[in-house]
Design a protein around this ligand. Structure first.
Ligand code: ADP
Ligand code: MG
Length: 334
C-alpha cells in the first residue's frame, strides 16, 4: 500500500521534535500558533539541502535529517540565539518508509537534544530536497552579528577545522572507513554539531560572530567585510584534529582547515579585554582536541589571529606573511 501524504506526516513527523509549552497549536492545522518569549527578539533562519548539491546521492537518511536541522541551528548559534521551533519542507521522489523513518530519527534526535519543536511543514513529490526553517530568540538588543568586529579584536574559532571537508572527500570515495580516524572524519561531515551553548555565552563577550559553513577563509572575509576591517590569521594556530593530522599530514590538514566547508564551527571576534572573562567561563584550547569529544560535548575555542585596520586577509606562517584571496564556496561561481 502506498503511503499517503497525511499518513506520512502523522507517522513520521507529528511526534518528531521536542514538546514545548509555547506551541499553542502545532502540526495539523493550516498554520502553527507560537508564543514568543516576552522581551526577546525572534531570530529567523532557513536553509535548503538538495541531493547532489549539498549531500551525495545515497547519503544515510539519518544524516540528511540531522544536517538539515544542524545547519540551521548553527546559524542560530552564530546569532547568539536559542532555538525554539522548526518547520520542514520535504520534497521526495518516493515515500519510502525505511528512508523516512531514518530521516525523522536523525532530525528528531537533534531537535529533542536542543528542545526544538517541529511545528509544521510541507510535503511534496519531486527530486530529493529538504528545506528547514528555524525560529529562535535572543534577549532584545543582545544578538551577535557579523559586523561588530574592530581592529585589534582577537579572531577565534570553536572546535577543529577541515574535518568535514576531508570527511566529505572520504564519503565520495565510498567504501568502508579504513580506520577510526577516517570514520570520525566522515562523522564530522555527516553529523555536524551546532555550537549552541557557546553561541549564547559569546553574547556577553564577542563583538562579532559568523558560523563557518563555506570554509574559514571565505567566512572570515565575510566577517571582516561586515566589520569594515581585515584580519591576520596565524596558520600555525589553526585548530586541527588529531584525526585530520594523522590522515593528511599538517600541510594538507591546514589547507583543508582554510578552504574546506561544512565545519559549522563558530568564528568570532573577541575584544582583548574579554579574553580573561571568556577563558574563565570556557577555557580555550591548548594543543589538540581529543577525537572522542567532538560529537556531543561543546568544544573549546582557539585564538587564530587578529582583526586589523587594513583590508583583506593575511596569512602568517612563522615570520612570513602573505595576502590571501578569499575562496569560500559560492553556488553561482564555483
Ligand atoms: P496545507 O495544505 O494547509 O498547507 P498540509 O495539508 O500540507 O497543509 O499539511 C497538514 C499539516 O501537516 C500542516 O500543519 C503542516 O504544517 C504539516 N506538515 C506537512 N508536511 C510536514 C512535514 N514534512 N513535517 C512537519 N509537518 C508537516
Ligand atoms: Mg492550508
Amino acid at each position: 500500500m502506498p503511503l499517503g501524504e497525511f499518513e506520512l506526516i502523522r507517522r513520521f513527523f507529528a511526534d518528531c521534535g521536542a514538546e514545548r509549552g509555547d506551541v499553542r497549536l502545532g502540526i495539523g492545522d493550516d498554520g502553527a500558533l507560537l508564543a514568543p518569549p516576552p522581551g526577546e527578539t525572534l531570530v529567523a533562519v532557513v536553509d535548503t539541502l538538495v541531493e547532489g548539491t549539498h549531500f551525495l546521492p545515497g547519503t544515510p537518511a539519518a544524516s540528511v535529517g540531522h544536517r538539515a536541522l544542524a545547519v540551521n541551528l548553527s546559524d542560530i548559534a552564530a546569532m547568539g540565539g536559542r532555538p525554539l521551533w522548526a518547520t520542514l519542507a520535504l520534497t521526495l521522489p518516493v515515500a519510502e518508509p525505511g528512508w523516512l523513518g531514518e530521516f525523522a530519527r536523525g532530525f528528531g534526535a537533534l531537535a529533542r537534544r536542543h528542545a526544538v519543536a517541529l511545528v509544521g511543514g510541507d510535503t511534496t513529490r519531486g527530486p530529493l530536497g529538504v528545506t528547514v526553517q528555524v525560529l529562535g530568540c535572543v534577549p532584545e538588543g543582545s544578538a551577535l552579528r557579523r559586523g561588530g568586529g574592530r581592529p585589534g579584536d582577537l579572531l577565534c574559532v570553536t572546535g577543529t577545522l577541515g574535518d568535514a571537508a576531508r570527511g566529505l572527500d572520504l564519503e565520495r570515495a565510498g567504501g568502508e572507513p579504513a580506520n577510526a580516524a577516517e570514520a570520525w572524519l566522515r562523522e564530522r561531515f555527516l553529523f555536524p554539531t551546532p555550537r549552541l551553548a557557546l553561541g549564547t555565552t559569546l553574547r556577553e563577550h564577542a563583538s562579532a560572530c559568523i558560523d563557518v559553513s563555506d570554509g574559514l577563509l571565505g567566512d572570515a572575509a565575510k566577517l571582516c567585510e561586515a566589520s569594515g576591517c581585515g584580519a591576520e590569521i596565524d596558520l600555525r594556530r589553526l585548530p586541527l584534529s588529531a584525526a585530520l593530522r594523522a590522515r593528511q599530514g599538517v600541510a594538507e590538514a591546514q589547507r583543508y582547515a582554510l578552504e574546506g566547508g561544512d565545519d559549522y564551527e563558530l568564528l568570532f571576534a573577541l575584544p582583548p579585554g574579554q579574553l580573561v572573562a571568556l577563558e574563565r567561563r570556557w577555557p580555550a584550547r591548548s594543543g589538540v582536541q581529543a577525537q572522542s569529544t567532538a560529537r556531543t560535548v561543546e568544544p573549546s575555542w582557539t585564538v587564530i589571529g587578529q582583526l586589523c585596520a587594513a583590508d583583506g586577509l593575511k596569512l602568517r606562517d612563522g615570520e612570513t606573511v602573505n595576502q590571501v584571496a578569499a575562496r569560500g564556496f559560492d553556488h553561482f561561481v564555483n
